[in-house]
Design a protein around this ligand. Structure first.
Ligand code: ADP
Length: 632
C-alpha cells in the first residue's frame, strides 16, 4: 500500500518539538500568573464589596450609637438651668453667707444624688466655687477659683458652657455643662454640672464595639479602648496646645497623636485606618485595620467614630480569592485535559481519515490495475485466438503440403509403379497362357506351380497398391507404429529400385512400438530411403545402413548412405519446402519438409548429419509408446 505522501509527511523534528517545548515552558507559569491575578482581583473585589456592605451596616450602627451618645450627654443639658429656679442659689450669689452656703450645699448634694451626676456646683461671677455637691469630700471644689475654665468663660458670657476635661482638683475626667444664672437679665453666677461618661465606654466594651468620641480639637475623650483615650486623632497646632495647657482642660496629659500606620480615605467620613495591634490582647496580628466611620454629634462640636475591624473581612476576601484561584487552576487543568483529549481525538480522526484515504486510493489502484489486467487479459486472449487461427492455418497448410507431397510422391512413383505392375501383369499373361496349355496337355503339376506363381504375383501387386493407398491416406498425429513393420513396408514399396540398384543393406533395428501413426512412419522411411537411393545412383557399390537404438527415453533411427552427400549451401535449405537439387521432374523438394513435419507432429525430430566416413545420415528421433520398456 502506498499512501498519499502529504498525509504522513511529518514535520522536521526541530520544528515539531519547538512549539511543544514552548508550551511546556510557558503554560504552567502563565497558569500560575493567571491564578494569582484572578485570586488577587477577586480578593480586591470581594474586599471592596465587603467594605461597602460593612460601611452600610456601620453607618446604621454609627447612627444608633451616635443617638445614644447624644441622648446621654444631652440629658443633663437642662440641669444647670434648674438652679435658676432655686431662690437660695440666687440669694447666695447675691449675698453669700455661711448659712445660705450650707443650704445650697445640701440642695446641690441631693440634686446630684438624684441626677446621678458626678458633681454640681455654683460659681460666682469671679469664677470661685460658692457651693458644691461634694462639699463634704476632702477634695471638694469649695472655694476654688475655676475662672480659667472655658466652660465658666462661656457661661459668664451667657453662652452654654460645654467642656470635657480632667478635673483640676480630682484629676478625674468628666463632662462639664455650665449655665449662666440670670436674674433680671443679668448674670449673677454660673451653675456647673459634671457628669461621668464612662457608662458609654463600658456599654461599648460590653457590646464589643470599637468606638471613640473626639472633641473639637480631635482629642479622644471617650474610647472603648483605654489606650486610645486622650490621644489626638489629628496633629495639634501649637496654638491649640498652648490654649489647652492654659485651660488645663486635660490637666498635664501629654496628648499624643494617635498616628495610624496607614490611612486611606474611602468616602466622606469613611476611612480605612491601620493601627499597630495591641499585642497584649491580639497575639495573632501585628497590625489591625479598621473601617473608621465618623459622624458629628448634635449640639456638640464632638465626633463619634466607629471602628469596624477589617481582619475578618480580609480573611473572607482572601478565602474567596484563594477559592477563585483554585477554581481557576481547576478550570485551567480541565481545559488542558480537554484540549489534550481533543488533540488525541483529532489525531485519531486524522489517522482514520488518512487510512480511509489510503484505502480508497488502494481500492482505486486495485480497480485500475484490475481493469488493466482485464484489458491485457483480453488482449492476450485475442492474441491466443490469433495464434490458434494461425496455427490452424499452418496446420491446414501443412496438411495440404503433406497431401501435395503425397500426390507428388504418387506422381513420382507412378512410373515405377506402372513399371512394377506391368512386369507382373506381363508375367501373369504369359503364365496364365502357359497354364492353359499345360492344363490342356494334362501337365497338372506344372499348371499348379504356375498358378501358385500367379497367386504370388497377384499378392505382390495387391501389396503395391495397398502401400500406395496407405501413402495417399491422411494419418493421425497420434498413433502407434511398429518400426520393423514400417521398415519392411517401406523396403517393399521401394523393392524395385532396391533390386535395380543392387544395394547392400545393413539393417540393425529393434522390433519396437513408436508413438506415431504407422502410415506416417512408413512415409518418412520411404522418403529417407528414396533420397538415399537417389544420392547413391552414381555409386558403384551403394550401401544403406538402417540402425536404431533407444536414446534418452526415445528411439533414434539412423538412415545412412554412402552417396554424394550434401554440400554446405544445400544443408542450409534442406528442410525448406520445394528445395531440391534433383534435375527435371525427378524432385519436388517436399519429401524432407513433410517428413520433418510428420516427425514433429508426433513429438519427434528429423535432422541431417554429415558422417566423417562420407555420405549422408538422417537421424529420426521418435517417442516410444512405452518408455518403461526402453531397455530393449
Ligand atoms: P526431392 O527428393 O524431391 O528433391 P527432398 O525434400 O526429399 O526433395 O530432398 C531435398 C534434397 O535434399 C534433395 O534434392 C537432395 O539434394 C537432398 N538430399 C536428400 N536426401 C539426400 C541424401 N541421402 N544424400 C544426399 N542428398 C540428399
Amino acid at each position: 500500500m502506498k499512501c498519499d505522501p502529504p498525509l504522513y509527511r511529518a514535520a522536521p523534528p526541530s520544528l515539531a518539538v519547538k512549539p511543544r517545548l514552548i508550551r511546556h515552558l510557558f503554560v504552567p507559569p502563565l497558569i500560575i500568573l493567571l491564578m494569582i491575578a484572578l485570586g488577587y482581583v477577586t480578593y480586591l473585589y470581594s474586599e471592596k464589596n465587603a467594605i461597602k456592605a460593612l460601611g452600610e451596616n456601620g453607618q446604621r450602627q454609627l447612627e444608633l450609637h451616635a443617638r445614644t451618645v447624644e441622648s446621654e450627654i444631652n440629658k443633663y443639658n437642662y440641669l444647670p438651668s434648674v438652679l435658676e429656679l432655686e431662690s437660695n442659689v440666687s440669694d447666695l450669689l447675691n449675698n453669700p453667707s455661711a448659712e445660705l452656703r450650707a443650704k445650697v450645699n445640701d440642695y446641690l448634694e441631693g440634686l446630684n444624688r438624684r441626677s446621678r451626676s458626678r458633681a454640681i456646683y455654683v460659681l460666682d461671677t469671679t469664677g470661685r466655687v460658692l457651693a458644691t455637691s461634694n462639699w463634704r469630700d476632702a477634695d471638694s471644689y469649695l472655694g476654688e477659683d475655676l475662672s480659667f475654665r472655658a466652660y465658666y468663660q462661656d457661661a459668664i458670657r451667657g453662652l452654654p458652657g460645654r467642656f470635657y476635661g480632667i478635673g483640676s482638683t480630682t484629676g478625674e475626667p468628666g463632662y462639664y455643662l455650665a449655665h449662666g444664672l440670670e436674674e433680671k437679665g443679668k448674670i449673677i453666677g454660673v451653675a456647673v454640672i459634671k457628669v461621668r461618661l464612662e457608662a458609654l465606654e463600658e456599654r461599648w466594651q460590653r457590646a464589643r464595639l470599637e468606638a471613640f468620641v473626639s472633641d473639637e480639637n480631635g482629642i479622644i475623650i471617650l474610647s472603648s479602648d483605654p489606650a486610645r483615650r486622650l490621644k489626638s486623632v489629628r496633629p495639634l497646632t501649637a496654638e491649640i496646645k498652648e490654649r489647652l495647657a492654659r485651660s488645663l482642660q486635660y490637666y498635664w496629659w501629654p496628648l499624643n497623636e494617635l498616628v495610624p500606620l496607614e490611612r486611606e480615605s474611602i468616602a466622606d467620613g469613611v476611612e480605612k485606618l491601620t493601627f499597630p495591634a495591641n499585642t497584649s490582647v491580639d497575639h495573632e496580628h501585628t497590625v489591625v485595620s479598621y473601617l473608621a466611620q465618623t459622624r458629628e454629634l448634635a449640639d456638640t462640636p464632638w465626633h463619634l467614630t466607629l471602628l469596624t475591624p477589617l481582619e475578618d473581612l480580609r480573611r473572607e476576601a482572601a478565602n474567596q480569592g484563594m477559592l477563585v484561584a483554585v477554581a481557576c487552576a481547576l478550570v485551567a487543568f480541565l481545559l488542558i485535559a480537554w484540549n489534550e483529549r481533543r488533540k488525541v481525538i483529532s489525531t485519531r480522526l486524522a489517522a482514520r481519515e488518512a487510512l480511509e484515504q489510503a484505502n480508497n486510493e488502494l481500492e482505486r489502484r486495485i480497480t485500475d490495475r484490475t481493469a488493466d489486467l482485464r484489458a491485457s487479459n483480453e488482449r492476450l486472449k485475442g492474441q491466443i485466438r490469433e495464434r490458434r487461427q494461425a496455427e490452424e492455418t499452418l496446420r491446414q497448410a501443412q496438411d495440404e503440403l503433406i497431401q501435395a507431397g503425397k500426390l507428388a510422391a504418387i506422381g513420382q512413383m507412378s512410373t515405377s509403379i506402372a513399371h512394377e505392375l506391368n512386369q507382373p501383369l506381363a508375367a501373369l499373361r504369359t503364365l496364365s497362357g502357359n497354364t492353359v496349355r499345360f492344363l490342356e496337355r494334362g501337365a497338372l503339376d506344372t499348371a499348379s506351380a504356375n498358378l501358385r506363381t500367379i497367386n504370388d504375383l497377384v499378392d505382390r501387386m495387391g501389396r503395391i497398391t495397398a502401400s500406395l493407398r496407405a501413402f495417399a491416406r491422411r494419418g493421425e498425429d497420434k498413433g502407434q507404429a511398429s518400426l520393423s513393420k514400417a521398415v519392411e513396408a517401406a523396403l517393399q514399396l521401394l523393392a524395385a529400385r532396391l533390386d535395380n540398384a543392387s544395394l547392400e543393406l545393413h539393417q540393425q533395428i529393434d522390433d519396437i512400438e513408436l508413438a506415431i501413426d504407422q502410415t506416417r512412419l512408413e512415409q518418412i522411411l520411404v522418403n529417407l530411403i528414396g533420397n538415399a537411393l537417389d544420392a547413391m545412383q552414381a555409386q558403384p557399390l551403394p550401401v544403406l545402413w538402417l540402425e536404431g537404438d533407444v536414446f534418452e527415453g526415445r528411439y533414434r533411427l539412423r538412415v545412412r548412405d554412402n552417396g554424394h552427400g550434401i554440400d554446405a549451401e544445400a544443408r542450409k535449405h534442406l528442410f525448406e519446402p520445394f528445395f531440391t537439387t534433383k534435375p527435371g521432374e525427378q524432385g519436388l523438394g517436399l519429401g524432407l519438409t513433410l517428413s520433418a513435419s510428420l516427425a514433429a507432429a508426433a513429438g519427434g525430430t528429423l535432422n541431417a548429419e554429415d558422417p566423417a566416413e562420407g555420405g549422408t545420415m538422417f537421424v529420426l528421433v521418435l517417442p516410444l509408446v512405452d518408455p518403461g520398456a526402453a531397455g530393449v
